[in-house]
Ligand binder design. Structure first.
Ligand code: HEC
Length: 104
C-alpha cells in the first residue's frame, strides 16, 4: 500500500517537474529569439523604437495580434514566418507581453 502511494507520488512529481520545465524552456526560448531577431529595432527593453519600431512596453496588442504582426509583418516590420516556426513565434510574442514600462 505504502509502496503504491510512493510510486504515485513519484509519477505526479515528475509530471509536475516536466510541465514546469517546459514553461521555463519556452520562456527562455522566447527571450533568446527576441534577443536574436528583435533587439535591433525594438531594443533589449522593447522601447528603443529603431527604424520606427513601435514601443512594445506600451503596445495595446493582444497575444494573438502580436503573433499576427510577427508572423506576417506590418509596414516596416518584417515578416518572420520564414525565419521562426509558429510555436516559437508564440514564445517570442509571449515574451513581448511581459515587457513593461516599469522595466525601463
Ligand atoms: C527592422 C526592424 C524591426 C525588427 C527586426 C522587428 N520589428 Fe517589430 N516592428 C517594427 C516596426 C517598424 C513596427 C511598426 C509597424 C507599423 O508601423 O505598422 C513594429 C511593430 C511590432 C509589433 C506591433 C506593436 C504594436 O503595438 O502595434 C510587434 C508586436 C512587434 N513589432 C514585435 C516584434 C518582434 C517580436 C520582433 C522579433 C521577432 C520584431 N518585432 C522585430 C520594426 C521591427
Amino acid at each position: 500500500m505504502m509502496k503504491k502511494l510512493l510510486f504515485f507520488l513519484g509519477i505526479a512529481g515528475s509530471v509536475w517537474a516536466c510541465t514546469t520545465l517546459n514553461a521555463e524552456d519556452s520562456k527562455a526560448e522566447g527571450e533568446q529569439l527576441y534577443r536574436t531577431y528583435c533587439v535591433a529595432c525594438h531594443g533589449a527593453k522593447g522601447n528603443m523604437g529603431g527604424s520606427g519600431a513601435f514601443d512594445l512596453t506600451v503596445s495595446p496588442l493582444t497575444l494573438d495580434q502580436r503573433i499576427e504582426v510577427i508572423t506576417n509583418g506590418r509596414n516596416a516590420m518584417a515578416s518572420f514566418k520564414t525565419m521562426i516556426p509558429p510555436s516559437k513565434i508564440r514564445a517570442v510574442a509571449e515574451y513581448t507581453m511581459q515587457l513593461k514600462p516599469s522595466m525601463k
